[in-house]
Ligand binder design. Sequence first.
Ligand code: G1P
Length: 300
Amino acid sequence: MRVRKAVIPAAGLGTRFLPATKAVPKELLPIVDVPTIQLVVEEALAAGIEEIVLVTGRGKSAIEDHFDVSYELEETLAKRQKRELYEQVAAISRRVRLISVRQKEPLGLGHAVAVAHQAVGDEPVAVLLGDDLIDCEGLPQGGIGQLCSVFERLGGEAGVVALTEVPAGEEHLYGVVAGDVVVDSDEQRLLRLSQLVEKPAPGTAPSQLAILGRYVLPASIWPILERTAPGKGGEIQLTDALRTLAAQGDGCYGLRLRGVRHDAGDRLGYLGANLAYALKRPELRPGLVALMRDLIDRYG
Ligand code: G1P
């Protein structure tokens, strides 16, 4: 079954980026000149997702405005003959069908996804976390596209989550998994998961394979989410729901994602993402390289 809908949780307070996020949602902080959430939405659209369900909280309405059509801006840019900029601004708002629902209490990632159930309906769903940016330039598919292909190939009843290997000592920051390798080639590494632990205490992680913020979940995840009790940190954890999924029916798989991941939810990761995406832009690259050399001389 094809995955048509995606959930993007965007209710977090963004405390790591205060004071910038006091009045501006962290999802709108730019990577060069594109809001992080737009990069994530574009990744979903590239995978054939038709509808995005945004799970927001108070103070996040600017995200909806960002994806809305802005006639004023479009007209002004058209009048000023800024055709290219006009196309960029207009294109995303016309391509995306976006619904927004509110998570009224911060009860965890599993809860945020469950809040989207009614808007998605009883069908499979992709989940994309905006803090993880996956740069798949040069690869045939983006991050969530890679998961959707495996999900469809497995028959549409098993969950598929994105994995990456994290350095020893960092496991406690992630959902960590272990399982049996079912495909292991240069192109693909796929595991059937048997263990999933949310943020294991230091020294207790089952492996160094961590869950990245990309998931494709079958329709059977919905009743599981309803039943999932609060776990780590007193929050309803998506990882706990996935552990239940892994133990029943067609199970849950982990796919090692191809591409470069940037943790844009962390200040250093965010700065790194900005530099990486700027270095990919031919009009910025030479100037940025010279600027970085100069800055390192001055401040380094
Ligand atoms: C969430 C998930 C965690 C996952 C991580 C990926 O944690 O709960 O399992 O490994 O995203 O970025 P958070 O970073 O929101 O605390």
